[in-house]
Structures are given as structure tokens and as C-alpha cells.
Design a protein around this ligand. Structure first.
Ligand code: COS
Length: 383
């Protein structure tokens, strides 16, 4: 069952996010993309307005908002700068969520207030050179040494890899148990042997830093285990169910940004003695964009609603992510097309949106993986 009412609070969040984005994020968005600059100051300010703990409980300094509010904030931010959106999404939807839902009270007290205030930035380390889509093939090993665990291995595609302060690291604690032998660890920045490697030089999301991380004899106290030993794969998957709503919201934001730019341009650009929006072929492209945006938003709100009402939202979050990310790439591509040659230049923003949109079809589960997840849920249904 899915019912949804857009609340006054939801609208307030939209207005706060919109104002912040216009004043703090929009200036410098092109330069940050060109120079691959990480927005340290902006993230601090996002912490000050409560957006680094948007869904977390006020008991731990969070804003206590629902998932739809988080989605709205991400949409507004990503309309302008999707790179900042990925940092906010991973931090809230994956890291905070994992600590709040699986951390011991000690871990929550130790880390959550500093995560929700934005003092600490969180990162999620699941992927490895040989464990991307096939996430259970973890080669990072954690061996017990008294009260400590010694971690060795390599993680890659870690968002905020260099700039994060706290990392959720998945490692194999019992290889014979396969995915039931994976454990989640909280690892602090600066722990000996924990070494972020060079930044990836990416097509899009350029101001978000993405790195590999080498782990060489990293000692982690057993009190920093999140959940129980062997529960890590389930925590990783449940975290991704939540994270995928964040990526869907990010995709929606890119779509809306590209669509609005295309509408504005179509109304003022004249060809054959009329604004191009009056040419049927352009009008039809805009109609497709508007329809996909509405559908993506509804799928996201459905997944968010199911999550917040503690119902199974696995299929819903994958549907939202699959649809919204496919739509984002299509919409950004058409927005460039509508802008013609201007769309191919940085000044008009839509070329960046197209580059940024591509990875939404890849990270936190490729579109191919989302099909698998949805198909497996259909198989389990009693239809
Ligand atoms: N939510 C909750 N539990 C899940 C789950 C989900 N989305 N997906 C799998 N599980 C559980 C299953 O229920 C199963 O539990 P039991 O054996 O106790 O019943 C267990 O995890 C193993 O599931 P499964 O056999 O389906 O695992 P597979 O190895 O076949 O992999 C996929 C499942 C492909 C769905 C998983 O590997 C995946 O999501 N891959 C993509 C990873 C990803 O998104 N990486 C990006 C990281 S960020 S760059």
C-alpha cells in the first residue's frame, strides 16, 4: 500500500534546500567541475543547516526528517550540482543509516552526533577490484587478533575516499561461510595502514573525489564492528536499498535541472520565425521529459514511503533507481540536443549534467543489477 501527502514540512525543506543551493552551491559549480575541487566549505555549511543528518534521529543530533524530505533536499541540490549530491547521499542514506540501524549504542554515541553535525564525513567501502556487481566476492580479509581485527585488502570506487573521516569497510572474516562470513567495520581516517590512493580522473561527478583504498595490516578494535560478525553482507545490501533511493533522488535532480534549462532555452531560442518550443518535435521531447520526471518522482516517493513505514522496499528502491537513472541520462542527452551547439559548451550546464547522469546508471548497483534485484523480488511474490 502506498499513500502519500506532500506535507508543509516537505515544502519547507524544499525551500531551504533551494535557497541554500542558489546562494552557496550554484556559484562556482562550473569551476569545481573543471578543477575537480572538493567542496569542503559547502559540506560544512550543509552540516550547519542539518542536511548531514537529515534523516537521523534527534537523539544523535539528526534532523529526524522522513526519507521524502531527504529526497527533496537531494533533488534541489542535484538540480544544480550532482557531485555535492553524491556526498550528501552516501553520507545520509548509507553511512548514517547503517550506524543508526546496526551500530551498538556505544558506536552511535561515538560517531553519529559528529556525522550528523557534518564534523565527520562518511564513506562506504564495499566494492573491490574483483567485487563490483558481484559484491559478495570480498577479497579484503579481517583476521582476529585478541580484541582487534587485522584488515588487509583493497577497496575501490570509494566516494569521498580522500576527504572522508569515517569509513564503513566490509571484509571477509570467514571465507568458508562466503557471504555469511562478511563483517562491517567502522574505520577512522588516519588509522595506520589505511591509505586512500590516487583520485580517479572521471567523466562526471568531478568534484566528488573517488579513490581506491589500500588496507595493510589495519588494526580495528572489535568494538568498531557494526552489527555482528558475519552480518556484513546483509548490512551492505540493506544499506544499498536505502542508498538507491538517494541515487534515484540525485538522478531526479539532474533530470529537473536539465529539463528546466531545456524549457527556458526552447522558449527564447527562435528558428523559422518562432520559439523552438512551438516546433512539434521539440515540444514532444519536452513532453517526454516532463512525463519521465513525474514518474520518477512518484517511484521515489513510493520507495521512501515504504521504507519509512517499515515495509519491504527492496523492489521499490531498485525500480526507483533504475527508472530515475535511465531517465536522467535520456533527459540530459535531449537537453543537450535541444540546446544544439550551445549545449555542447560548459557555459550552458547541460553537458555537465549529461556527464554526471551517466554514473547514476552504474554506481550503487548498475541498471543490470537493478533488473536482477527486481526480477528476484518478482520471483518471490505470490503471483
Ligand atoms: N536487501 C536485503 N537483503 C538482500 C538483498 C537486498 N537488496 N539482496 C540480497 N540480500 C540477501 C538475500 O536475501 C540472501 O539472504 P539469505 O541467503 O539469508 O536468504 C543474501 O543476501 C544473499 O543474497 P543473494 O544470494 O541474492 O546474493 P548474490 O551474491 O546473488 O547477490 C546481488 C545479490 C546481485 C543483488 C548483490 O550482489 C548486489 O546488490 N550487487 C550490487 C552491489 C552494488 O550495488 N555495488 C555498488 C556499491 S557502491 S559503488
Amino acid at each position: 500500500m502506498f499513500t502519500f501527502e506532500y506535507s508543509e514540512l516537505n515544502e519547507q525543506i524544499r525551500q531551504v534546500a533551494k535557497k541554500f543551493t542558489e546562494e552557496e552551491i550554484a556559484p562556482g559549480v562550473i569551476e569545481r567541475d573543471v578543477n575537480a575541487d572538493f567542496p569542503v566549505e559547502i559540506l560544512k555549511k550543509l552540516g550547519e543547516i542539518g542536511f548531514m543528518g537529515i534523516m537521523a534521529s534527534p537523539d544523535y543530533g539528526g534532523s529526524g526528517m522522513d526519507t521524502i524530505s531527504c529526497s527533496i533536499a537531494l533533488e534541489e541540490i542535484c538540480k544544480v550540482d550532482a557531485s555535492i549530491g553524491i556526498m550528501v547521499s552516501v553520507h545520509n542514506s548509507l553511512v548514517n543509516w547503517i550506524f543508526e540501524n546496526y551500530g551498538t549504542e556505544e558506536l552511535k554515541q561515538k560517531y553519529l552526533p559528529r556525522l550528523t553535525s557534518g564534523e565527520l564525513l562518511g564513506a562506504y567501502c564495499l566494492s573491490e577490484p574483483e567485487a563490483g556487481s558481484d559484491a559478495s566476492q570480498q577479497h579484503t580479509l579481517a583476521e582476529r587478533d585478541g580484541d582487534y581485527w587485522i584488515l588487509n585488502g583493497m577497496k575501490n570506487w570509494v566516494s569521498s575516499g580522500h576527504h572522508a573521516d569515517l569509513y564503513v569497510v566490509f571484509a571477509q572474516t570467514d571465507a568458508s561461510a562466503r557471504y555469511k562470513g562478511i563483517t562491517a567495520f567502522a574505520v577512522d581516517k588516519g588509522t595506520a595502514g589505511f591509505e586512500p590512493m590516487k583520485k580517479e580522473d572521471k567523466m562526471g561527478m568531478r568534484s566528488s573525489d573517488t579513490t581506491s583504498i589500500a588496507l595493510t595490516n589495519v588494526r580495528v578494535h572489535s568494538s568498531n564492528i557494526i552489527g555482528s560478525v558475519g552480518q556484513g553482507f546483509y548490512i551492505a545490501m540493506e544499506g544499498l536499498n536505502s542508498g538507491r533511493i538517494g541515487i534515484a533522488s540525485q538522478s531526479l535532480g539532474i533530470s529537473v535541472g536539465a529539463y528546466e534549462a531545456a524549457v527556458r532555452y526552447s522558449k527564447q531560442r527562435m528558428t523559422f520565425n518562432k520559439p523552438i518550443i512551438e516546433h512539434q518535435i521539440i515540444g514532444a521531447k519536452l513532453a517526454q521529459m516532463a512525463m519521465k520526471i513525474s514518474a520518477a518522482r512518484l517511484l521515489i516517493y513510493k520507495a521512501a514511503y515504504l521504507k519509512d513505514t517499515h515495509q519491504n522496499f527492496i523492489q521499490a528502491s531498485s525500480e526507483a533507481k533504475l527508472f530515475a537513472s535511465t531517465a536522467a541520462f535520456d533527459i540530459a542527452r535531449e537537453a543537450v540536443q535541444i540546446h544544439g551547439g550551445y549545449g555542447y559548451t560548459r557555459e550552458y550546464h547541460v553537458e555537465r549534467m549529461l556527464r554526471d547522469a551517466k554514473v547514476t546508471e552504474i554506481y550503487e548497483g548498475t541498471s543490470e543489477i537493478q533488473h536482477i534485484v527486481i526480477a528476484r523480488e518478482i520471483m518471490k511474490s505470490n503471483i
